[in-house]
Design a protein around this ligand. Structure first.
Ligand code: EPU
Length: 452
């Protein structure tokens, strides 16, 4: 990982990327299973854990709470919760890692109390945790928020968490996972309705069920029969491959007119992405080992709208946008999950991309968008930043760009790899929050990229 002084990539672009790459374990699974490990009374081991900053930040946070976390090398991590003693998260730690609020679950299960600040993480929008707080209330937890300190204080009103039935007003990925972590050790049956459907959540469920939990998913309903304890599975849980990383390399292959075999890619978890590739003429071939993505003929423009799983993931739209700068015609992207996920647009424009915001036609904004819309009067101002059009094919040129968030960061790196000339991508520590060794992986694929 880079030091603070070495927080940029210098990229000589205009390269065709080709070769083979293996994706790392999914960030959005590891973070949750590490927190789930605090619900155990014995050590738990995970394999295929990516070496990324978010895990490092979470490790510091868990160590503050008395949990021992040890890398055994070769992507294996050992979590020993036996010294877990605290129900408080430090403000500075919470500012660095968004999933800190998921510690509500182990804190409440073990101590009946939790004191946790408003979380940080990528600023993709307001990102409130109102649905999670409502979920806690359903589980018999009373919560106060002190706006002068930014801390939530939650107290379990019964001796033990009681199972609950709760329906999310709109789906939430980490909200669903918080519900699982509360329900798994609560007394009696819980039912989580309108639960999110991401496969990363199913990997958490798989891990918990291997540990003695009783969790049954029936589509967007999840039934959980609480258990009094969880035991470490006989074999370490292997973390699912990161499908967001797969998409990053797929777009890099096609945008650079290259050919990349992505080992570890699971086609079943990318079906919406693959069917969109069919629409634009991007080629791919699946096998047991992974998926090969390659360019064969000019790509065609298309329109996509992000949506909750099983729709086109919000995490994929930034790398998709770079690819569409090279497609023939005008493509559009309508973002419906977060209200600030086009931070990369101004940066791509610096490299010559022709991208403009346009006002989407939306019949029912409240059901179209997953974020909360409080003031209908301010609607137009809000949604006019939710859709872009991209004109291609546009040759990109070098320039200096700044990383605004994780996926946007990887996107700017791909753009710089295909742009003619030299580029500097500033702020790469944000990319390292979720991508393991992106620089080395791209070097092996023929990119000329160095950290400076
Ligand atoms: N929302 C609320 N109130 C809530 C909860 C959510 O308004 O109480 C809003 C959010 O602000 C957002 C929408 O609902 O506008 C959906 O949010 P969701 O809770 O589903 O997203 P998340 O759990 O915060 C996770 C991933 C994201 C990924 C989304 C969608 C993790 C740590 N993060 O976020 O990953 O994009 O689900 O699948 O699992 C990333 O990896 O870069 C990343 C942002």
């Amino acid at each position: 990982m880079s030091t603070l002084e070495e927080n940029a990539y210098c990229i000589q672009g205009g390269k065709t990327l080709h070769g083979e790459v293996t994706v790392s374990g999914a960030k959005n699974v590891v973070l949750k299973v590490l927190i789930a490990a605090l619900l155990f009374d014995e050590p738990v081991v995970f394999t295929n854990v990516p070496v990324i900053r978010d895990i490092l930040e979470l490790t510091h946070l868990l160590e503050d709470a008395g949990v021992k976390v040890k890398y055994n090398g070769d992507h294996e991590i050992h979590v020993d919760p036996r010294g877990f003693h605290s129900h408080t998260v430090d403000l500075l730690r919470a500012a660095k890692i968004r999933v800190s609020f998921m510690l509500f679950a182990p804190f409440l299960v073990k101590f009946g109390k939790a004191v946790i600040p408003n979380p940080g993480g990528c600023r993709l929008g307001a990102r409130p945790i109102d649905r999670q707080i409502e979920l806690l209330t359903a589980f018999g937890v009373s919560t106060d928020y002190d706006s002068s300190t930014g801390y939530y204080t939650s107290t379990c009103m019964t001796k033990q968490l009681e199972g609950a039935t709760y329906k999310f007003s709109k789906q939430t990925h980490t909200g669903t996972e918080l519900g699982l972590l509360l329900a798994v050790r609560a007394r009696g049956r819980s039912v989580i309705e309108n639960a999110a459907l991401e496969p990363e959540i199913d990997d958490l469920i798989d891990f918990l069920n291997k540990s003695g939990a009783k969790i049954y998913r029936q589509g967007s309903s999840i039934v959980v029969d609480g258990v009094s304890h969880l035991r470490a599975p006989d074999r370490p849980h292997r973390i699912l491959a990161d499908r967001n990383e797969v998409v990053t390399f797929a777009c890099a292959a096609l945008a650079s007119k290259g050919d990349i075999i992505v080992h570890g890619a699971i086609a079943g978890q990318l079906s919406t992405f693959l069917s969109q590739l069919d629409m634009i003429g991007g080629r791919y071939q699946t096998s047991n080992a992974g998926i090969r993505f390659w360019y064969e003929a000019p790509l065609r423009a298309c329109s996509i709208t992000t949506a909750p799983e099983p729709g086109f993931m919000t995490d994929w739209q930034a790398p998709w946008a770079v690819m569409m700068t090279q497609a023939e015609g005008v493509s559009t992207i309508h973002e419906t999950i977060f209200e600030n996920r086009f931070g990369y647009v101004s940066e791509l424009r610096r490299l010559g991309a022709k991208i403009h915001f346009r006002l989407p036609v939306v019949r029912d904004p409240h059901s179209t968008y997953q974020f909360n819309i409080k003031k209908t009067a301010a609607l137009e101002k809000l949604i006019k930043k939710q859709m872009i059009d991209i004109t291609g094919p546009t040759p990109l040129h070098g320039g200096v760009v700044n990383v605004t968030d994780l996926r946007a960061g990887a996107t700017l790196v791909i753009a710089a790899c295909i742009a003619r000339g030299e580029s500097v991508v500033n702020g790469v520590s944000i990319i390292e929050r979720g991508y393991e060794h992106l620089e080395q992986k791209l070097q092996k694929l023929g990119a000329d990229i160095v950290r400076v």
